[in-house]
Design a protein around this ligand. Structure first.
Ligand SMILES: O=C(O)c1cc(=O)[nH]c(=O)n1[C@@H]1O[C@H](COP(=O)(O)O)[C@@H](O)[C@H]1O
Length: 310
């Protein structure tokens, strides 16, 4: 799957991910009203509204981008109906040939990680039947439990040709409380990065990158520069662009000299573009066109930063 991701990034010339984090507050009234008319002001109504919102955005941007990252929390908050919308979103994006990164941030003791891995990346057997319940291409994983919590995920990746992005240095303001602490004289995020290299060592694709990638926030560019060198074969998923303050100019060092190695996520900055001043002229009725323009602007911003850094 890492080979597909890299090939799609090269084809689109767009090292970006659109984050499908559909808060109900971002869904324009005309979409919500139609869903509520059919399903009432219920969890199902909410789930149908976010699914329709996603579908329209995906239709508007799919030709421009390699990948999407649905964040499961935004769906889970609506219970089972929300999870159905998550599952529909994953399969719709796959039908459009987009690489799907399920942002599920799982990780537990081995036996529990194995169940998460089966449900999100692999298969489950029910009597004589075999199902792939969510079937994302990549998922995000929390490494806090150590190697036995990660191995079930890497085992499934090998078997099913899937991939992971492991949290190394997160974008949020408090990420340093644990992640920057010195352990044997080195910040903890560097030790986790060493482990990402080990966990991904025998999962290298023909593109030269490992199916085990890392998450490093756009909001810590100096750390991104260091981590790029510590994990030369890992793709770095870079959240924190846009709504959290990250800019293209901060991001050149997250890439390798081959121009590859990083993929930058923006969620609110794209899906709620029509609410920003810069795209307000599109209006809520044309929210998907605002999202398309925001994607084009993000691609140009990152491309400009990479060219300027050469
Ligand atoms: O794993 C992630 O994607 C992630 C890691 C991190 O360090 N910071 C971070 O913001 N994220 C996710 O990236 C998305 C960022 O959303 P926006 O700030 O709206 O672009 C959310 O889905 C977050 O859960």
């Amino acid at each position: 799957m890492i080979d597909k991701l890299v090939a799609k990034i090269q084809k689109t010339n767009a090292p970006i991910v659109v984050g499908l984090d559909p808060m109900l507050a971002y869904v324009p009234d005309h979409i919500k009203e139609a869903a509520y008319r059919e399903h009432g002001e219920t969890l199902k109504g909410a789930a149908e509204a976010i699914w329709e919102f996603n579908r329209r955005i995906v239709d508007a941007v799919a030709d421009l981008i390699p990948a999407v990252k649905p964040q499961i929390a935004m769906y889970e908050q609506f219970g089972i109906e929300g999870l159905i919308a998550f599952q529909k979103t994953v399969s719709y994006c796959k039908s459009k040939d987009l690489v799907v990164i399920g942002d599920v941030k799982r990780g537990d003791i081995g036996s529990t990680s194995a169940a998460y891995a089966a449900g999100h990346l692999g298969h489950v057997e029910v009597g004589g039947n075999v199902y792939a319940p969510f079937d994302e291409d990549f998922i995000t994983v929390n490494p806090y439990l150590g190697t036995d919590g990660i191995k079930p995920f890497t085992d499934i990746c090998k078997k099913e040709n899937k991939g992971l992005f492991i949290l190394v240095k997160t974008s949020n303001p408090s990420s340093g409380e644990f992640q920057d602490r010195l352990v044997d004289g080195r910040p903890l995020y560097e030790l986790v990065a060493d482990m990402v290299n080990q966990w991904g060592a025998d999962l290298t694709g023909s593109c030269g990158y490992s199916a085990v990638g890392a998450v490093v926030g756009a909001t810590y560019p100096e750390i991104g520069k260091v981590l790029r060198k510590v994990m030369p074969k890992s793709y770095i998923l870079v959240p924190g662009y846009g709504a959290q303050g990250g800019k293209g100019a901060d991001l050149a060092h997250y890439f390798n000299e081959d121009g590859l190695g990083a993929i930058v996520n923006s969620s609110r900055g794209i899906i709620a573009a029509y609410k920003q001043e810069a795209y307000a002229s599109f209006g809520a009725e044309h929210f998907e066109e605002a999202s398309r323009q925001a994607v084009l602007d993000m691609i140009a911003d990152i491309d400009g930063a990479l060219k300027a850094a050469k």
